[in-house]
Write a protein that binds this ligand. Structure first.
Ligand code: PLP
Length: 395
């Protein structure tokens, strides 16, 4: 190898979930099943553009007069209209929002802000979690303290363990919580558990960072936001990273927002000035199209009603598949009490590989499945393959 500045780099493993897409595409078996990447699919396996989105895009095409820059905060109408959807009509805190490239951009910005505010802070985080959470925190050199969110083998939430680990947090530490539809486990907190978390967060002086990436895909728009609202209301300051990519089906448009909350207007101004500066050096201005599409939907009562009914149909489809699978496979009964697109099956990595090699069933190496990849037509095939795999080799 000749000398290059790049030879000093450490090779990075490709994202395993994205590699799975390539493997699936190359598999010639017609009966193959893709439960990998976390996008909604209909009963035909498609991820269609929502009718509300198509109509809003058409309106934008007809009326948009300029492509000039938006400013570092992005589309203010989008941020204002989304706010009551997330927080309800009454918010006890001062709130500052910025538009971000996807929920990922919002989480990145939130973590950069926390690091700048308190370089020695620790972020408490459940395991397993969406892998990008840990990757972002590690890349920023933020210390993490892990609690077990979910016991994969027992298929049970680790609530008591989480609470005892959080008791060791110090004032100024942060806790990263999935607002709903936990990725990868689907195991969410009950309202009583959220209340207990809120009490602890307030008592300890912690900063909650709520990641709300699937609002409306679990129990419904209001119920999915309820836990995060309780915790944020109890804290002095907090952050909420939002994604519209799943609930508006806008994945590739990269639509997200970061909302920062504080009881004190001056503190919020200070945070806002830092957020603007961080956004400026990251992406300068966020992309327009997806957020403008969401704004047009939320500006119109008719389009909002169409979006809500489409979202409800998506939610009902995944909930129905959950019930069907939990009934078809007694060993997967806990799926019935969980929410959203994902389930974390009690499988070893060898069993995940066997399902792929012997049955053409593709899922993340962790055993996470995207339930929306199932159809009424293939769910029994999946159930039989899963049971055969469990009998062949216990997890
Ligand atoms: C828990 C969680 N948070 C955030 C995101 C980020 O979503 P986006 O595609 O909007 O960046 C995802 C995406 O998979 C997710 O699962």
């Amino acid at each position: 190898m000749t000398f290059s500045v790049f030879t000093g780099l450490t090779p990075q493993a490709p994202d395993s979930l994205l590699s799975l897409i390539g493997l699936y595409r190359r598999d010639p078996r017609p009966e193959k099943i893709d439960l990998g990447v976390g996008v909604f699919r209909d009963n035909l396996g498609a991820t269609p553009v929502l009718a509300a989105v198509k109509a809003a895009e058409q309106a934008l095409l007809n009326t948009q007069a300029t492509k000039s820059y938006l400013g570092p905060e992005g589309d203010i109408g989008f941020l204002d209209l989304l706010k009551p959807v997330i927080f309800g009509d009454q918010v006890s805190h001062e709130v500052f929002g910025v538009q971000t490239p996807g929920g990922t951009g919002a989480i990145r910005l939130a973590c950069e802000l926390l690091k700048a505010a308190k370089p020695d802070l620790r972020v408490f985080i459940g395991a397993p979690t969406w892998p990008n959470h840990t990757q972002i925190l590690d890349q920023l050199g933020i210390e993490t303290v892990t609690f077990r969110h979910y016991d994969q083998r027992a298929q049970r939430l680790g609530f008591d363990e989480m609470m005892s680990v959080l008791e060791t947090a110090r004032a100024g530490d942060a806790v990263l919580l999935h607002g709903c539809c936990h990725n990868p486990s689907g195991a969410d907190y009950s309202l009583d558990q959220w209340r207990a978390i809120a009490e602890l967060v307030a008592r300890k002086g912690l900063t909650p960072l709520i990641d709300l990436a699937y609002q409306g895909l679990g129990l419904g728009l209001e119920a999915d936001a309820a836990g995060g609202r309780l915790v944020l209301a109890a804290a002095d300051d907090g952050l909420l990273a939002y994604s519209c990519d799943k609930n508006f089906g806008l994945y590739r448009e990269r639509v997200g927002a970061l909302y920062t909350l504080s009881r004190d207007a001056e503190t919020l101004d200070l945070a806002a000035s830092n957020i603007r500066a961080l956004a400026r050096t990251n992406w300068s201005m966020p992309p327009d199209h997806g957020a403008a599409t969401v704004r047009v939907i939320l500006e119109s009562e008719a389009l909002t009603a169409i979006w809500k009914s489409e979202l409800d149909a998506m939610r009902r489809r995944v909930a129905d598949l959950r019930q069907r699978l939990a009934t078809a496979v007694p060993a997967l009964a806990p799926l019935a009490g969980q929410h959203g697109l994902f389930g974390l099956l009690p499988l070893s990595s060898a069993q995940v590989a066997r399902l792929r090699e012997e049955h053409g069933i593709y899922m993340a190496g962790s055993g996470r499945i995207n339930l929306a990849g199932l159809t009424v037509g293939n769910i029994d095939t999946f159930a039989r393959a899963f049971e055969a795999c469990l009998q062949g080799e216990p997890a």
